[in-house]
Design a protein around this ligand. Structure first.
Ligand SMILES: Cc1cc2nc3c(=O)[nH]c(=O)nc-3n(C[C@H](O)[C@H](O)[C@H](O)COP(=O)(O)OP(=O)(O)OC[C@H]3O[C@@H](n4cnc5c(N)ncnc54)[C@H](O)[C@@H]3O)c2cc1C
Length: 335
């Protein structure tokens, strides 16, 4: 089979393109996968989705990605990822996958602007932190509103910050933030926490942590940086302005796996299930980054998984090309 075949056929106004490697997603995992596949001369195509660069493009500065001793802007890092992948032949398509058919190879992926037949698929569609959806949240993301304490905690040295949520992540990240922050207020809409007992005890014993129960955030205020929250007590209905310099929101993450439901194995939270070689349950389909990782959720870990997934896809293509070469053509086989 000619794996480099680019087969453009007419489908109404859309095209069908046959590619060796299709990467769905343009975050750190996607660009890293594309870089590795491109350097193996496989001309990968990357579907960017709605967020070129993924979550990291939302952040003002990244200080924990190796190689940048002075930190690097989120958007600048994304530009560098893209440039490096393109330098070796990756093609970036500003399109979103809407449907996949993984029942046979090549896998069929439908996007808004066309269709792809992919010999291998690398899924890097990431996860989306669940938002509070209150005024000020979007505008102040990266300017005091954060969804990642490991990433942004350092910027809040000796500041008063707030954590929203009552599960394990909220408490873990709240405890982590006490390394830097002067105080951490955990705001929870109920009067009991969902987090495990040990974490609860640790948080309650921490002198820097206090709790505001039965409370929800209604608005986040600030111009260039957060300065206060509008809070509401859900039992009394009372409202108040609460001064703070940082709001860390940990009310859950939603993996972007809806289009794979019923075709690939997902865990109980909707994350794609992979083995440690990034294989999904479908040979030739790999997953990398946050779409398959509810634990580490970092740029560096996602990029690492992307590289690993691409290395496996390269191997898969090589092995299938060799098998193809070893199989005699039908006429010859009959002799
Ligand atoms: C505000 C913020 C700040 C952060 N700061 C840091 C930091 O300082 N350091 C750090 O290490 N980590 C940080 N993180 C975490 C880090 O950004 C993520 O761990 C990382 O981006 C995950 O990479 P990913 O490639 O797996 O997925 P994502 O970055 O989530 O990217 C997913 C990609 O998939 C695309 N996509 C989704 N659905 C489709 C579809 N159907 N078709 C095509 N494309 C699709 C999206 O458009 C996007 O391009 C931060 C996260 C946030 C939200």
């Amino acid at each position: 089979m000619d794996f480099n075949l680019t087969n453009i056929t007419s489908n109404k106004s859309a095209s069908v393109q046959h590619v060796d490697v299709l990467v769905i997603g343009s975050g750190p995992a996607g660009f890293s996968a594309a870089l590795y596949a491109a350097r193996a001369d496989l001309n990968p195509v990357v579907l960017t989705g709605m967020e070129l660069g993924g979550q990291v493009s939302l952040t003002y500065a990244v200080e924990n990605y190796p190689g940048f001793p002075d930190g690097v802007g989120g958007t600048q890092l994304v530009e560098l990822f893209q440039k490096q992948a393109e330098r070796f032949g990756a093609r970036i398509e500003f399109d979103t996958a809407t449907e996949v058919d993984l029942s046979k190879r090549p896998f069929r992926v439908t996007a808004y602007n066309g269709e792809y037949l992919a010999e291998t698929l690398i899924i890097t569609t990431g996860a989306t932190p669940i938002h509070l959806e209150v005024p000020g949240e979007v505008e102040l993301t990266g300017r005091g509103v954060s969804y990642c304490a490991t990433c942004d905690g350092w910027f809040f040295k000796d500041k008063d910050v707030v954590v929203v949520g009552g599960g394990d992540s909220a408490l873990e990240e709240g405890i982590f933030l006490t390394r830097y922050a002067k105080s951490v207020t955990i705001i929870h809409r109920r009067d009991t926490l969902r987090a495990g007992a040990i974490l609860q005890k640790r948080a309650m014993d921490n002198p820097k942590i206090k709790f505001l129960w039965n409370t929800v955030v209604e608005e986040i205020h600030g111009e260039d940086a957060v300065h206060s929250l509008r809070l509401k007590n859900v039992t009394s209905g009372e409202k108040m302005d609460y001064p703070t310099q940082g709001v860390f929101i940990f009310i859950g993450h939603r993996p972007n796996t809806q289009i794979f439901e019923g075709q690939l194995d997902l865990d109980e939270h909707g994350y794609l299930v992979t083995d440690n070689l990034m294989h999904t349950n479908m040979p030739g389909v790999y997953a990398a980054g946050e779409v398959a990782d509810p634990v580490f959720r970092q740029v560096v870990t996602s990029a690492g998984m992307g590289a690993a997934a691409a290395m496996q896809a390269i191997l898969f293509i090589q092995e299938h090309a060799e098998e193809q070469a070893e199989t005699p053509p039908l006429a010859e086989a009959k002799l």
